[in-house]
Design a protein around this ligand. Structure first.
Ligand SMILES: *Cc1c(COP(=O)(O)O)cnc(C)c1O
Length: 428
């Protein structure tokens, strides 16, 4: 007990009385008043601080907890900041034709909104679910439950947050049949593992790590030929669904269309990685297989809400019409170091900071080792204090600390947020 502990417990009624002006349900005030009084009793705050504590607690409940932030880390798909940033979404307030066919006046399917764009982008039927983890589960559950799935030992990966391929496979009811070694798997390894129990061959894109040295694995086309010969589908979990060629910007990610060209039957991928859309997952490929997956009872548990459908549709339309700068993550990746330098020079004016060359990263568990050249604003002074101050701004600014310096990378800052960022930097 601290010496500040009061001898008389504060009266809840009196606190509630004084908080009367807050204009919110009495029960809410009573609850916060009890909480503040308990804290005062334990000596964590003084009696004088109780009213302020209640006021602050209620104000905090009124403010959205999920807030817009300025990402100055230079990590384009920042897992903690919601991966791909959200661009403008075509309006869908109120009701929508989510499952209503406006032409016939009959019941429609929610798949058509993203589906018609996806079928043009991918040349294959496709459906969307809540994320790629759900997509992987659904494909394995529908196409391989109770039967074997061949996977290379080098592809039994953990994506992050405990999402592991072997575990998801066990949950789906499919039986994992490991093939080859961690660093080397040959087409013969797959061939000798084939049996009448085999339902599927799975290729997993190792999105967040890189095996180098004495390594080998068969090409997708070889694997596709073997799958055809054996009469089983080839399914590729692509991780990051890259629909646009970003090689000229230094990003080497397999393109979805290359997988189909190689003969893959079904692919799945995330929409909030390199595709640049909202959290969701796409399953695309051979018509008969997609129809089966669509009819799986678990599809209903994984289907996307209308807000996601709207955001996904907006993103896909921009990709189809090649308006790549309208997809924020792609706009960011496509900026040159010189362009960022020029913006940083403007930001620097009157600021105690240096401009230093550095790297932005893609992040989001994709494109390991792939970095983009950039220019960083290195703030002079206490890095930890800077980071904390920026994070406490009206629109929180998330910066990065490296080598005891607080760094800002404008690659991931929207130009429209530069004014806000500058005010955050100059706040006393
Ligand atoms: C990211 C990733 C997943 C999981 O996707 P979510 O959309 O985050 O659920 C699955 N597999 C691979 C290879 C990935 O890179």
């Amino acid at each position: 007990m601290s010496s500040q502990a009061p001898s008389h417990p504060p009266s809840i009624d009196a606190i509630v009385e004084r908080a009367g002006q807050l204009g919110c349900p009495r029960a809410l005030v009573v609850r916060e008043a009890r909480h503040a009084a308990d804290r005062a009793r334990r000596g964590e705050i003084t009696i004088d601080e109780i009213d302020g504590e209640v006021r602050e607690a209620i104000a905090a409940l009124r403010r959205p907890s999920l807030r817009r932030v300025i990402n100055a880390t230079g990590v384009v798909l920042h897992t903690n900041l919601g991966r791909a940033p959200i661009g403008s979404i075509d309006q869908i307030e109120g009701y929508s034709n989510l499952e209503f066919d406006l032409r016939s006046g009959k019941r429609g399917k929610r798949d058509v909104h993203a589906g018609s764009l996806l079928s043009r982008l991918l040349d294959r039927p496709a459906i969307a679910v809540n994320n790629n983890a759900a997509a992987v589960y659904l494909v394995l559950h529908e196409l391989a439950a109770g039967r074997e799935v061949l996977v290379s030992r080098g592809e039994l990966i953990e994506i992050g947050d405990g999402f592991r391929i072997p575990d998801i496979m066990a949950r789906s009811g499919a039986i994992l049949r490991e093939v080859g070694a961690t660093n080397k798997t040959s087409i013969e390894d797959y061939r000798s593992a084939l049996s009448d129990r085999t339902a599927l061959i799975l290729r997993v894109h190792p999105s967040n790590f890189h095996i180098s040295g004495f390594t080998a694995k068969p090409g997708l086309d070889e694997l596709a030929a073997l799958a055809r010969e054996a009469g089983v589908p080839l399914y590729e979990d692509l991780g990051s669904g890259c629909l646009t060629d970003l090689r000229e910007f230094g990003i080497h990610e397999p393109l979805v269309r290359d997988s189909f060209a190689a003969g893959v039957d079904v692919v799945s991928f995330s929409c909030d990685k390199l595709l640049g859309g909202p959290q969701s997952g796409i399953i695309a490929g051979r018509k008969d297989l997609i129809e089966r997956v669509r009819k799986n009872q678990m599809y209903r548990a994984f289907r996307c809400d209308k807000l996601i459908v709207a955001a996904l549709e907006s993103t896909l339309r921009r990709l189809l019409f090649e308006e790549l700068n309208e997809v924020p993550a792609l706009w960011m990746i496509r900026r040159s170091a010189n362009e960022i330098k020029a913006r940083a020079e403007d930001m620097l004016e009157g600021l105690s900071a240096d401009l230093v060359p550095g790297h932005s990263v893609i992040g989001g568990g994709s494109t390991p080792d792939q970095r983009l050249a950039t220019w960083l604003i290195a703030l002079r002074g206490d890095a930890v204090a800077w980071e904390r101050k920026l994070r406490a701004s009206r629109v929180p600014v998330i910066a990065r600390i490296a080598d005891d310096r607080c760094l800002l990378d404008l690659r991931t800052v929207f130009p429209a947020d530069e004014g806000e960022l500058r005010s955050a930097l100059f706040v006393k």
